[in-house]
Design a binder for this molecule. Structure first.
Ligand code: SF4
Length: 214
């Protein structure tokens, strides 16, 4: 995408989703970490449904660390990969406490040592909690960035992250990350994107291809 079109894209995102923010509910920093870990391959809405009860019944890191695995599984049984995720919840709480943390540290190397926490979760949590200029490349970011020609189809997720971080102003990275995700949920959907409502048609490769096949 040209620099000119990139600027237009960011203006469109800002005008369409001025209040975009993290859609996961949490009141404590470790709750966010757990919610992001749970959101792998499922919707934020489903995660919020699961955590609304989970965090009421287990209101501290200590209670989560001591929890019965079966009971945690029952709380999150409608989420994909719930057995692994239940183990990860107990594992995250136990490891944080064993390592002397009562809250989530701003330490990227440490965070990826926690069970179920990979690069995307780490970036998402550090951006949200500490406003670190990091990009969480989720399925929406991947799809839209390919459609708008900001990355190549063949790029790995890490390659996409590096390319996108170079194209997005660092001071706006966190906000733009949320705006792209909202854009993906509401307009540029995976199946049947609402191109008729979208102001990016003038520079969208996907739209051009779609038009040429009609
Ligand atoms: S024109 Fe369509 S495919 Fe392209 S960014 Fe907009 S909604 Fe997505």
């Amino acid at each position: 995408m040209t620099k000119e079109n990139l600027k237009i894209y960011f203006v469109i995102l800002n005008e369409t989703f001025p209040n975009a923010k993290c859609a996961l509910n949490y009141s404590k920093d470790y709750e966010l970490l757990i919610a992001v870990m749970l959101s792998a391959q499922t919707t934020d809405k489903a995660v919020n449904k699961a955590t609304s009860r989970l965090f009421l019944d287990y209101p501290s890191l200590e209670s989560l660390a001591k929890a019965d695995l079966k009971d945690i599984e029952n709380h999150i049984a409608f989420l994909g990969m719930f057995r692994n995720k239940a183990k990860n919840i107990i594992g995250i709480a136990s490891k944080l406490l064993e390592d002397g943390y009562t809250s989530v540290p701003n330490d990227p190397e440490y965070l990826v040592t926690l069970p179920g926490v990979g690069n995307k979760t780490k970036n998402c949590v550090l951006a949200e909690l500490f406003n670190e200029p990091l990009l969480a490349v989720d399925t929406h970011v991947q799809r839209i960035s390919k459609r708008l020609n900001m990355v190549k189809e063949s790029d790995s997720v890490l390659e996409m992250e590096h390319k996108l971080v170079k194209q997005i102003p660092s001071e706006r990275l966190v906000k733009i990350n949320h705006q792209i995700i909202w854009f993906g949920r509401e307009i540029c959907k995976a199946q049947n994107p609402h191109c008729e409502k979208c102001a990016c048609t003038g520079f969208c490769s996907y739209f051009k291809k779609k038009k040429s096949t009609i």
